[in-house]
Write a protein that binds this ligand. Structure first.
Ligand code: PHE
Length: 340
């Protein structure tokens, strides 16, 4: 009997030692220690053993069981430890590795400036009117006091789609729509793309303008100047002032060119302001009474001012960009640097 047990024990241990995984251990456990296992079978045959030998045999059986169980446990722990080790290996994180860079996007500089301008004017009570990029000759020119052979048409080289339709050369076309649709008080800005057959370092065939129009009782050039002062301080910095120079636009009378004092040198003269201390930023003027009348607004009762600026130009001045093309080439090396 003792030998038989010894054999069972040796065989079980050998199988356990050679097993390759927990499944095999379970198999061995049930083959030896399970209900139908070899050791259990011996216990069941205990009645055949002489009564005086039973305690001894019982003890052997228990010893065998304990020995096998101890080895099973040990092996199981070894398998579990190995499994954990493999998992750690697989999930290992090297906390000293440099982190993967998270690229942060930002708005295009033209969009940034457009948003800044819109915010400034919205805070002054301007509403936004978005016109259309395709316009008629009438809205883009004639209604703006620029009839067919008006010499001022030469100021803007126009892309005509047909004798009647064109790509708007100025957001001023929107002024007419607004004044036809709405009676004073009017206080709108109109940002949008405009098109001119023009192409050099500071001109692009497509660019963006921001138009402004105010029409009400008693509006004067003074109101324009006051508003521009505030606008210039907010977009270029609080030490900036403005000056008006006489100019000409068919749809404003008088017309002015608006300069801001150079925000780079403070007016002393530098490269940005070409030594003059002033930078030209926009065109403006008092709305020509012929334009008001053409839209059915009584010019005896109402008056207004209008202004128009190039958004790319403002962006170029603000961010020191010397070629307008940089704003249209989508070169991330340029665009990433501008995040206001
Ligand atoms: N539309 C003019 C331009 O494109 C700018 C302007 C707008 C001038 C409104 C006066 C008033 O040059």
């Amino acid at each position: 009997m003792k030998e038989k047990l010894q054999k069972i024990r040796e065989q079980a241990i050998a199988e356990i030692e050679n097993s390759e995984g927990i499944d095999k251990l379970i198999e061995v456990r049930s083959a030896v220690l399970g209900k139908k296992g070899e050791l259990t079978a011996i216990l069941k045959k205990m009645k055949e053993v002489a009564p005086e030998d039973r305690p001894k045999v019982g003890q052997w059986v228990n010893e065998t069981r304990e020995a096998i169980e101890a080895i099973l446990d040990e092996k199981k722990k070894a398998f579990e430890a190995e499994a954990l080790r493999l998992r750690y290996e697989k999930e290992k994180i090297d906390v000293t590795m440099p982190a993967e860079r998270q690229e942060k996007g930002n708005l295009h500089p033209v969009t940034q400036v457009r948003n800044q301008l819109t915010d400034i004017f919205a805070s002054m009570g301007f509403e936004i009117y978005e016109g259309t990029e395709i316009e008629t000759d009438y809205y883009n020119f004639t209604a703006l006091n620029t009839a067919k052979d008006h010499p001022a048409r030469d100021m803007q080289d126009t892309f005509y789609l047909s004798p009647e339709f064109l790509l708007r050369t100025q957001t001023s076309a929107g002024q007419i729509h607004v004044m036809e649709e709405k009676k004073p008080p009017i206080k709108i800005i109109s940002p949008g793309k405009v098109f001119r057959s023009d192409d050099d370092a500071t001109h692009s065939p497509m660019f963006t303008q921001m138009e402004g129009l105010v029409v009400d009782h008693g509006i004067t050039l003074c109101d324009l100047k006051g508003m521009l002062e505030e606008f210039a301080r907010r977009i270029f910095g609080k030490n900036v002032t403005t000056r008006l120079r006489p100019s000409y636009f068919p749809f404003t009378e008088p017309s002015v060119e608006v300069d801001v004092s150079c925000f780079q040198c403070g007016g002393k003269g530098c490269r940005l302001c070409k030594g003059t201390g002033w930078i030209e930023v926009l065109g403006a003027g008092v709305v020509n009474h012929r334009v008001l009348e053409g839209c059915g607004i009584d010019a005896e009762e109402y008056s207004g001012f209008a202004f128009g600026m190039g958004i790319e130009r403002i962006a170029m001045l603000k961010y020191g960009i010397n070629n307008i093309k940089l704003l249209f080439e989508s070169d991330l090396r340029v665009l990433k640097q501008i995040d206001d």
